[in-house]
Design a protein around this ligand. Structure first.
Ligand code: ATP
Length: 212
């Protein structure tokens, strides 16, 4: 499908090379003209709070995507009150694109199996095209875990939108641990993001929630 917009939401705590590579890969494979990164202000799946404040997470996304014309940053999910529900995001952006069916929401494989726990998951599946980025050779898990929240048709729709992307074994959790332990995060994050983390003392030991 030519054109279209893909939304990529996440806590981005911090954004890392894995996010960037799969976003680029999805754009190429689906011929997407714009990927919108949406740092989440209050992700419902991370109720214990985030390590870095929203202003730092936004700034790290901004630094990470600066040289990529396909990528943009939007603060819609960052500045809302209450839990950042994806369905609200989709409804907001659906009004901005000409064909709602072209609106893609990108997730990783770990998010696919947890989709039944998302706010109004069935409506969300109907409202957009959820593309799951998986590593090559990845074997789909038993998606019956998504029932009875989703119908057979909805599960089939999700399964048909699984897309093979490079396997990048990087997680924000690991990056935070590495910073805390004074280990290098070279190449795991873009260099400008690495400098932002170090210069602002993010993810150091004893940190709870850093100020913005
Ligand atoms: P954390 O380790 O803190 O849980 P994360 O690295 O998974 O963070 P998020 O910001 O929570 O990063 O991820 C946003 C989205 O990107 C999620 O849908 C997640 O599944 C996906 N994702 C994150 N890292 C990868 C990766 N290396 N490969 C594929 N998808 C990924």
């Amino acid at each position: 499908m030519a054109g279209g917009v893909a939304l990529f939401g996440g806590s981005f705590d911090p954004i890392h090379t894995g996010h960037l590579i799969i976003a680029r890969s999805v754009a190429e494979k689906l011929d997407i003209e714009r990927i919108v990164f949406l740092p989440s202000g209050n992700p419902p799946h991370k109720p214990t709070g985030l390590a870095a404040g929203i202003d730092h997470r936004i700034e790290m996304v901004r630094l990470a995507i600066a040289d990529e014309p396909l990528f943009t940053l939007d603060e819609f999910d960052a500045r809302r009150d209450g839990p950042t529900y994806t369905l609200d995001t989709i409804r907001h952006f659906a009004g901005q694109v000409s064909h709602a069916e072209k609106l893609v929401w990108i997730i990783g494989a770990d998010s696919l199996v947890a989709l039944a726990t998302w706010h109004r998951a069935a409506e969300l599946v109907d409202a957009c095209r959820i593309v799951t980025a998986v590593r090559p050779g990845w074997t789909s898990p038993d998606l019956s875990v998504l029932k009875p929240t989703l119908t057979n048709e909805q599960v089939a729709k999700l399964r048909s939108q699984i897309l093979e992307t490079p396997c990048i074994d990087i997680s924000a959790t690991d990056i935070r641990h590495r910073v805390r332990n004074n280990a290098s995060v070279n190449y795991l994050v873009p260099d400008a993001v690495r400098r932002h983390i170090l210069e602002n003392g993010l993810y150091r030991e004893g940190e709870t929630e850093s100020a913005d």
